[in-house]
Write a protein of this length. Sequence first.
Length: 143
Amino acid sequence: MANSIRSMLAALTLATSFSVAACDFAQPYKMVDELMTAPNEYKGKEMKIHGWVEPGSIKKQVVDQESHTTFVLQREGKKVAVTNVGPLPDTFRDQSEVVASGVLKQEGDQYVFVAKELQAKCPSKYEGAQGNKTLSKGEPKFR
């Protein structure tokens, strides 16, 4: 009986340890408009944000041989400034859809998202070619 209780306690302790560890790695994931509705809730926390690059907002500069980029992510009329040090994804450009991992900080009365990693995609790259769309509308014709 005592061994059975010890085994159950050991299993419970192990399960609790895994649960706590999993919570430490979980990051909140918010769209820009959701984030900027209540930014104080997320200030200083590791998280991911998702939005679109505002056209004309990308500013690049090289400092001590490192690429520093600032830009604005927006969605549904809400915006947040983003800074990133390091290389950018190949598909990063105006109006690209971006998921940024990092920390939201407050600088004066402004919020700035300090990104450690950026993932971007270009919507036109994932749309099918026009010729393929036309072919899919009808039956194939063989000669």
